[in-house]
Design a protein around this ligand. Structure first.
Ligand code: PEP
Ligand code: CO
Length: 447
């Protein structure tokens, strides 16, 4: 951390992608209230995640970061949280079982409420309104009222994050994530599919292994790792008033932590090394991420590493490559080399979603499952070429049976996209596509 950093030092820098708040005084009052609320996570938990990511940086583990593009205030229910957790646990089991590599699980959940946009306004039939920026800021309906940034939404975001995190903690520490329940994570509509059946085989083998361990005298009760999982939360740190309000000084270490989530990341549009977002996250002790798109130069990425990981700490910084399937082969290797040569022990993860988005003829934003696979494969090839560890994947998914991304085993076609297109922002993999992806990534990891 630099000597000039404070939780408010970002305010002297340019912050891109900020809402045009109509009432600054109201925003300040809301932020002040949140500043008095309990933290959502503890500093010690973020340090545990940092240690886990350190193992990823050393090539001893793999990061699975996954969840919604944008969480919704409307689609907020125990079932939705449970089903998202189920598919992430399934993916982790597939990855671990097939590759024997430990998997660090981080959700895009319990705080992923604000979105950068390519344009500040949206125009329909000649009427221009502020773009939808996520439920932390405004609503998606196309009316002046809905699109007006509303600071009260920060309070709802805090409350929904707290409730979501509470349920996640109960699920992951209270029996739901027990390996003995590995079959129960398979949802009905998945079980009948090819990916679902493949998963059932893995689950059968895990059952057998657990029975064998029991017969050999290993008492499962004495091994918490069989009954619980560490599941961490993350979101893009975009609206800095909210993040600042939840930034607290740790009584044990004296360091500052952004207690809105375990891990925070900087988006592709806000990663200016001199900008407000980089300044803010440079000073918090949480593990942090930064998206890296195809326009990033080696010098820029090394400058970001110097700002965000001056101590060269394994696991402190995760660089999330989102190049697009056609650019990954040429754009990524020079960056992998430059960061390695600069001595930063970062985690390299692959976001195969954001560089492969296009608008289908019917006007819906989509991604093709084959493009997603192609970018992941290109990411593994680039790391193999340079001799770096392909540390993880970062994906947008849902536990539901939606039709937002094309392809996959069920061959979702352009004309199917409208059947169940529910995302508020980017198209997500459905549960079957997500499981399929996990099997493919496991094969790449084994190779
Ligand atoms: C996102 O992760 O939802 C996102 C907006 O990504 P990026 O910053 O990489 O475009
Ligand atoms: Co997105």
């Amino acid at each position: 951390m630099s000597e000039t950093w404070t939780p408010t030092s970002w305010r002297t820098r340019v912050a891109e992608q900020q809402p045009d708040w109509p009432d600054r005084a109201e925003l300040d009052a809301v932020a002040k209230a949140i500043g008095g609320y309990p933290p959502l996570v503890f500093a010690g938990e973020t340090r545990s995640l940092g240690e886990d990511l350190g193992r990823v940086a050393r090539g001893e583990a793999f990061l699975l970061q996954a969840g919604d593009c944008a969480e919704s205030f409307d689609a907020f229910s125990a079932d939705a949280i449970r089903d998202k957790l189920k598919v992430i646990l399934q993916m982790a089991v597939v990855l671990m079982y097939s590759s024997s590599v430990p998997v660090v699980k981080v959700g895009r959940i319990a705080g992923q409420f604000s979105k950068p946009r390519s344009s500040p306004t949206e125009t329909i039939d000649g009427e221009s309104l502020p773009s939808f920026r996520g439920h932390l800021v405004n609503d998606i309906a196309f009316s002046p009222d809905a699109r007006r940034p509303d600071a009260q939404r920060l309070l709802t975001a805090y409350q929904q994050s707290a409730a979501t995190l509470n349920l996640l903690r109960a699920f992951t520490k209270g029996g739901f994530a027990d390996l003995a329940r590995v079959h129960a994570w398979n949802q009905e509509f998945v079980t009948s599919s090819a990916e679902g059946r493949r998963y059932e085989q893995v689950a059968d083998e895990i059952d057998r292994a657990l029975r064998f361990m029991g017969a050999a005298g290993i008492v499962p009760e004495r091994h918490p790792a069989l009954h619980e999982v560490d599941f961490y939360t993350s979101h893009e740190a975009l609206v800095l008033e909210y993040e600042e309000a939840l930034t607290r000084q740790d009584s044990i270490s004296g360091g500052w932590y952004d207690c809105s989530a375990h891990m925070l990341w900087i988006g592709e549009r806000t990663r200016d090394p001199d900008g407000a977002h980089v300044e803010f996250l440079s000073g918090v002790g949480n593990p942090i991420g930064c998206k890296i798109g195809p326009s990033a130069t080696a010098d820029e990425v090394v400058a970001l590493c110097a700002r965000l990981d001056p101590g060269k700490t394994p696991g402190r910084l995760t660089l999330i490559s989102r190049m697009g399937k056609d650019k990954v082969a040429s754009a990524l290797p020079p960056l992998l080399r430059a960061v390695r040569d600069a001595g930063h022990p970062v985690v390299w993860a692959c976001d195969p979603m954001h560089g492969n988005t296009f608008t289908a003829p019917n006007g819906l934003k989509t991604r093709d499952f084959d493009d997603v696979l192609a970018e992941v494969a290109g990411f593994f090839r680039a790391n193999a070429e340079v001799g770096t560890w392909p540390g993880g994947v970062h994906v947008e998914l849902t536990g539901d049976d939606v039709t937002e991304c094309l392809g996959g085993a069920e061959q979702i076609a352009h004309e199917d996209l409208g059947t169940r297109y529910e995302t508020m922002c980017d198209p997500r993999l459905n549960a079957r596509q997500s499981l399929d992806l996990a099997f493919r990534v496991a094969e790449l990891l084994r190779g």
